[in-house]
Ligand binder design. Structure first.
Ligand code: ADP
Ligand code: MG
Length: 373
């Protein structure tokens, strides 16, 4: 359905897409993953000519879309695009958002367009909102309207550019649910996403983009379980494991929390699990650094190059471990004070399946295995 050969795109001096060759067949669901800034959005935007490629060829249904003789509007109609920020017409109702294109571009009657719009709103669970304005909707609802609007043009393929990245975590699943349903119905889709679990179970193929090329591609199983190339492995691994370095006790707690949140979102952790991880890390760091030995411990941190907080996540075994590691002169990660009532530790024990502490390679390492429910 789509064939791309040696596609390149430069912005001035910056070479973003270097040499992209791939094919998307009818009915395929392709997830595009990779570090930010590697050209994933640019790739999608070249496919529907929101960006003019600098070189290479793109065929859609046998038509060479870079050929000046090709009718670009016809090509664009075959391709829907869903953006991170919804891009709804804010001054139009949901119904008008869905009927504008079909009436103006597909020359449908208003009646026909509204009938189809209602069917689509029903399909995305928003029939009751047909008369609402976008600002009255939640982010998840807006994105579902954007998907319905895209479907109203009867596209043959839909390109999604991080459709859930701008959403509150509580709303991610309602949008993914709609996309999942489209996949089951056989819609051809290319989805740029950070939702790895989703990519894994919805896709027929994964493209890992890195440094302006499709660095590795394969089935979800090949890419997530047996990546062939080192950089693919590093990317997959880094998504699953989190590491934060604490220099001393004046570290930026909020910056760390933001990183933890980002990691949990990337891995599609439920809200409750994310909250529990944050709570455990906060409590342990309190017990570790905020006690009568605080000054002494801070000196150790400064002399021994700080401490590490890690989250190790194995999707396969559905296991999450939180690990703290510091110089062995700490003796214990959590320093036990005289007047400690043990409440913090009780909270932590309630959230964990096991807690182990050991000394290896001159480091004291505390591992807490999270309860998964
Ligand atoms: P990704 O979606 O993988 O994060 P993008 O395709 O958005 O990556 O961007 C890749 C690179 O191209 C980035 O360095 C970005 O700053 C640059 N870039 C994207 N669009 C433009 C543009 N219109 N003008 C100049 N540079 C751009
Ligand atoms: Mg992008």
């Amino acid at each position: 359905m789509i064939k791309v050969e040696h596609l390149s795109k430069t912005f001035g001096e910056l070479s973003v897409l270097k040499d992209v060759t791939t094919e998307i067949k009818k009915g395929e669901v392709i997830s595009i993953i990779g570090p930010s800034g590697t050209g994933k959005s640019t790739f999608l935007r070249c496919l529907n000519l929101l960006e003019r490629p600098s070189g290479g060829k793109i065929w859609i249904d046998e038509a060479d879309i870079l050929d000046p003789k090709t009718d670009i509007n016809l090509i664009r109609q075959k391709m829907g695009m869903v953006f991170q920020n919804f891009n709804l017409f804010e001054h139009l109702t949901v119904m008008d958002n869905l009927t504008l294109g079909p009436i103006k571009l597909l020359k449908k009657s208003r009646e026909e367009a509204e009938k189809r719009a209602m069917e689509l709103l029903l399909q995305v669970g928003l029939a009751a909102k047909y008369n609402a304005f976008p600002e009255e909707l939640s982010g998840g609802q807006k994105q579902r309207v954007a998907i319905a609007r895209c479907l109203s043009m009867n596209p043959e393929i839909i390109l999604f550019d991080e459709p859930t990245s701008a959403l509150d975590p509580t709303m991610v699943s309602e949008v993914l649910g709609v996309i999942r349903r489209l996949a089951q119905d056989g819609m051809t889709m290319a989805i740029v996403t950070h939702e790895m679990n989703f990519a894994k179970d919805v896709s027929s193929r994964i493209l890992f983009m890195n440094e302006g090329i499709i660095y590795e591609e394969g089935t979800p199983e090949q890419i997530f379980e047996h990546p062939k190339k080192e950089k693919t492995r590093a990317f997959i691994h880094q998504i699953r494991n989190f590491q934060y370095h604490i220099e001393n006790n004046a570290f930026d707690f909020y910056a760390m929390n933001a990183e933890i949140l980002k990691f949990c979102e990337k891995n599609f952790f439920p809200i409750k699990k994310t909250r529990n991880i944050g709570l455990i890390i906060e409590e342990i760091l309190q017990l570790c650094l905020n006690n009568e030995k605080a000054a002494e411990r801070n000196d150790i941190l400064k002399k021994t190059n700080g401490m590490e907080v890690m989250i190790l996540y194995s999707e396969k075994d559905s296991e999450t471990e939180i690990v703290f590691s510091a110089d062995q002169s700490f003796q214990n990660i959590c320093y036990k004070t005289e007047d400690d009532d043990g409440l913090s530790m009780m909270i932590i024990e309630g959230l964990t399946e096991s807690i182990n502490e050991s000394v290896t390679d001159n480091r004291v390492v505390m591992r807490l295995k999270l309860k998964e429910n």
